[in-house]
Ligand binder design. Structure first.
Ligand SMILES: [Zn+2]
Length: 418
């Protein structure tokens, strides 16, 4: 297979705060073979002279939804899956062009989409998926209104005569049905499991501040994923539900917007990662009403919005492992890069970059082969026109300062570098 040499590059390796100049990186068979400060000449290799631009690991977004085509989840769930899948392709390919070479889909993404990407039919980021996000009846993943029938949308919930199943979520109640649902998702190739641990913003039928799932149910999920060598992440906003999930053994938290200092300290002590998602909160605040985000959801948004950025600062002070996620829904996905700008209020460029590369790789349990520029790692690499460790705005520019994207040794974006 082809050999590519990136010569004369400045290097951010995903881990170290230094930007090392005068480096040369050799890629062979989709893998990084060598990182050296000595020029490399190999017969038959393609050399790309970066003239001092920055080479760094491809970005990882640890919270996306490929199958969320409309800001109103009910409208999205009523679209045929074929239509939703085509929209997923457009979304994922645009994300790759912004520099994201891996995404974790925290509800919806499935084996079919995974294979379409692996085969190159979708020129998008690597996909790590959980299948359906699991919700209790009347919880954040249950999009029924009070007057809807007991069984709603695309099919049957887990071997039960009632429940909800949409493109992202399904309802499952009780310890044994949950064990079966977790096993079923793993059978379908899921990389991890997602549960709804509290109310949420997009769902109109539940209260934002209520804890969801019983302790027995959450413990059963934790037991199943651990025996499978995997992990569970929980959608949670309010502090009480956060503390409860952490105490019950959940491995990762999504959002975590309303956490207290005590809970942040507990997360750090228990080695629980948190993936804040500031982009969706800001994008909905700006564009939600115009796009038809339900009025009830806008009211809930106003509850999490004021504490979201301060929450990230709290996590940082407590020493929590902070991931990088965006959670953009519907046509808001184009705002993926505002997460860089929003984080910069409370994090340094280095902290943000590490979060979006090596730390995210660890959180999604792929840290031994992606998220770094190091020998033996996958050649998921991007070129940045400038120094992102000084100027994070280079990554907030929707890919316009990212002239080259390589995934697994294949160049999927290449613009002229002057
Ligand atoms: Zn989400």
């Amino acid at each position: 297979m082809a050999i590519t040499i990136f010569s004369n590059t400045a290097l951010f390796d995903g881990v170290s705060p230094e930007r090392r100049e005068g480096q040369h990186v050799v890629v062979e068979d989709g893998v990084i073979r060598e990182v050296t400060d000595r020029p490399v000449i190999l017969e038959g290799a393609e050399t790309i002279d970066l003239s001092g631009r920055t080479l760094m690991p491809g970005l990882i977004d640890a919270h996306i939804h490929a199958y969320f085509p409309d800001v109103d989840p009910r409208r999205g769930d009523q679209m045929p899956i074929t239509m939703v899948a085509h929209r997923a392709r457009v979304m994922l390919e645009a994300s790759l062009q912004r520099g994201f070479t891996s995404v974790r889909d925290t509800g919806g993404g499935d084996h079919g989409l995974f294979l379409a990407i692996e085969r190159g039919w979708v020129r998008g980021p690597r996909l790590f998926y959980c299948g359906s996000a699991l919700s209790q009846t009347g919880g954040h993943g249950d999009m029924r209104r009070p007057f809807d029938p007991e069984l709603c949308t695309c099919g049957l919930a887990w071997s039960r005569p009632r429940g909800y199943r949409g493109h992202l979520t399904c309802t499952v109640d009780g310890v044994e049905p949950l064990r079966e649902a977790v096993r079923e998702e793993f059978r379908k190739g899921a990389h991890f499991i997602k549960i709804m641990g509290s109310g949420g913003v997009a769902s109109t039928g539940d209260s934002l501040t209520h804890a969801q799932y019983s302790p027995e149910e959450i413990r059963a999920v934790v037991d199943e994923v651990e025996r499978h060598g995997s992990y569970v992440t929980a959608h949670v906003h309010p502090d009480g539900a956060l503390r409860r999930c952490i105490e019950l053994g959940v491995h990762c938290i999504e959002h975590g917007t309303m956490l207290s200092d005590d809970t942040a300290a507990l997360a750090a002590a228990r080695d629980v990662s948190i993936v804040p998602t500031l982009a969706v909160i800001e994008a909905l605040r700006l564009h939600g009403p115009r796009l038809g985000f339900p009025a009830e959801s806008m009211r809930k948004l106003a509850e999490v919005q004021p504490t979201a950025v301060a929450g990230v600062e709290r996590m940082k002070r407590a020493g929590v492992r902070i991931g990088f996620g965006t959670d953009l829904i519907g046509e808001l996905d184009r705002h993926q890069c505002i997460e860089f700008t929003l984080r910069s209020e409370v994090m340094t460029p280095f902290e943000i970059l590490r979060s979006a590369t090596s730390i995210n790789a660890e959180i999604i349990r792929q840290g031994n082969w992606i998220g770094r520029v190091a020998e033996g790692y996958a050649a998921d690499l991007i070129v940045v026109d400038g120094d992102p460790l000084r100027d994070i705005a280079l990554l907030a520019a929707d890919g316009s300062k990212v002239p080259l994207v390589m995934k697994g040794g294949l160049v999927l974006k290449r613009e002229a570098m002057h």
